[in-house]
Design a protein around this ligand. Structure first.
Ligand SMILES: Nc1ncnc2c1ncn2[C@@H]1O[C@H](COP(=O)(O)OP(=O)(O)OP(=O)(O)O)[C@@H](O)[C@H]1O
Length: 272
């Protein structure tokens, strides 16, 4: 789904993100963590071909498309369908004058999906993120931040997204709502094989979803490995510092990779 090799993003002489190797496969969540300015967002935006004003070199494949060699039209097409960006403030990205159902229908129509099929896809996607279909009749200002976030994920699913790139998707939300949004992503990863690239500075939250973790500092990867390796046996001093700064890491879901699909990482909170 995502393959990065020898990525370097430079502004003048300064390398703001350098990632030798990063893969995200179907049914897997990889988190990039690190303090502010470490290069997390730059890496995510480079993966989508959205970095501007910087020189990007290396190899990036997203949903089968060679991002650095693709035409603008090819990039638009992969971003609009197979890969979706979920941002911090989804409400800001939703047209305030349209009901969510209209918004979803218009997006589907642009992909040639109309009528009953569009209605069915919209309802399926909304149910997949554990929202009531009544939400489709509401305007963006009539839903909470967590609901808007989940609707944004539903929109991506309806359009056929196989990979979601989430940039601090939960930092504008309170803790319980954060847990709900992450539970939805976890469920979609486990049940639909969604690939998730999750960028966050919140290690406690990351520990509840990541299968693998990449730690960045000052634009470089200082450590990467399975969540168990990075959280339980950190090798790098900076990773140990980051972990020490978290009051108490929540218990991670039972080893996600070894658990059959549909069972991994499920907790009661997602049913709320
Ligand atoms: N277009 C740009 N022009 C100049 N500098 C930039 C640009 N984009 C990013 N940077 C710099 O590159 C570095 C990495 O930024 P980036 O946003 O990737 O960090 P981050 O780890 O995502 O931080 P945060 O958690 O605060 O979002 C920062 O020092 C930032 O100021």
């Amino acid at each position: 789904m995502i393959k990065i090799r020898n990525l370097a993003v430079r502004i003048g002489d300064r390398v703001i993100a350098s990632v030798p190797e990063l893969d995200v496969t179907a049914g897997e969540c990889v988190a990039i963590v690190g303090e502010s300015g470490s290069g997390k967002t730059t890496t995510l935006l480079a993966t989508l071909g959205l970095v501007e004003g910087a020189a990007v070199t290396g190899e990036i494949t997203l949903g089968g498309v060679d991002v650095l060699g693709a035409s603008p039209a090819e990039l638009m097409s992969v971003r609009g369908s197979r890969a979706a960006l979920v941002m911090q403030s989804p409400q800001a990205a939703l047209n305030p004058t349209m009901r969510l159902g209209t918004l979803m229908r218009r997006a589907l129509a642009r992909h040639g999906v109309k009528g009953d099929e569009a209605r069915r896809k919209a309802e399926d996607a909304v149910a997949a993120v554990l929202l009531d279909t009544a939400i489709l009749r509401r305007y963006p200002h009539q839903v909470s931040g967590g609901q808007a976030q989940r609707f944004a994920i539903a929109l991506a699913l309806a359009l056929g997204a196989e990979v979601v790139l989430a940039d601090e998707p939960t930092s504008a939300l309170d803790v319980t709502v954060q847990a709900e949004v992450v539970a939805v992503l976890r469920r979609l990863r486990d049940e639909r094989g969604l690939a998730v690239l999750f960028v966050s500075h919140d290690l406690a939250l990351v520990s509840t979803i990541a299968d693998r973790v990449v730690v960045m500092k000052e634009g470089a990867v200082v450590e990467s490995g399975t969540a168990a390796d990075v959280f339980d046996r950190p090798r790098d001093a900076y990773t140990r510092e980051l972990i020490a700064a978290v009051p108490r890491l929540p218990e991670r879901p039972a080893e996600t990779a070894a658990t059959p699909p549909g069972e991994a990482g499920r907790t009661g909170e997602e049913e709320t």
